[in-house]
Design a binder for this molecule. Sequence first.
Ligand SMILES: *Cc1c(COP(=O)(O)O)cnc(C)c1O
Length: 347
Amino acid sequence: MSAARLTIDLAALAANHATLRAAAPGAVVAPVVKADGYGLGAGLIAGRLWDEGARDFFVARLSEGLALRAAMGAARPARIFVLDGLAGVEAGALVDAALTPVLNSAEDIARWRGVGGACAIHIDTGMNRLGVDVDDARAAADLKVELVMSHLACAADPASPRNARQLALFREARARFPDAPASLAASAGIYLGADYHFDMVRPGISLFGGGPREVPDPAFRAVARLEAPILQVRDLKAGDAVGYGDSFVADRAMRIGLLAAGYADGLLRRAMGRASAWIGDAPAPILTVSMDLLAVDLTQSPGARPGDLVELLGPRAHVDDLAAATGTVAHECLVRLSPRAERVRLG
Ligand SMILES: *Cc1c(COP(=O)(O)O)cnc(C)c1O
């Protein structure tokens, strides 16, 4: 191995799926595989989850729906919901690929009436993202509504009063569609309790190992593992500088490792000075990041040598820790993983 490699652990994905199913036993688990399966490959991810029993999937864009339909093929007739709905797309393109739009506005509802296939309706319960106002949703009563859904703004914080407010509004809205199954919870919402499960839950990040509360949760396994080999080991004296703009200056004699990975492989530049890589069980703080090369502190791995593998993301370099250190969320850390790193699948 000569450069960064991304391992996609499908056995971990299956285990996370089982964990979510057990957490919401009365509900259908409909995986969210938007953004090309959170950067890991929607066809690969959905294909494995189909084998695990999943039949309903969510994507964001029409283009993602078309790609997923093609990847699943005729042998796997999944129900694929497109969260963006009709905005800016020809309804016929959805119909031709048997995609189910999520209607998000009074205009979507009016347009779909002229087409008339199965649809979902997204009701805004206070997040002010996409979604129909509760009163406008009434207009959809004569459509073939296969799902009534909404989305929670603050589910990662169980103490937020917004959760109960959204739940109450959602209950009121869904009562107007007594025959349609309902869905409110994404990964975080599932852990707010059974009141939030309804008929279907829509996890994304926790399928891939992100903790539902945005902190590492041992119930979920890392699906993405980014590793890179040490190319060179260097001994620095106090005062020696490393990288562009002298971005790191040693305050003592120390050993560093240069790795064949950088932001071109998806590692955020903000990780420097903030996040840690791992060599076995020892942390190796990230000192500098450039396009192709990254320097780590080998103080805790004095025996590390060129060719040794360093984990940049995975079971130890947890995606939630990396996200917290770099001021973002696990979702962004995953979708940044670029196609340059060689991809290997496991399980
Ligand atoms: C992205 C998304 C999800 C999945 O969210 P996670 O936090 O990744 O579990 C579910 N529902 C909607 C509407 C979304 O946009």
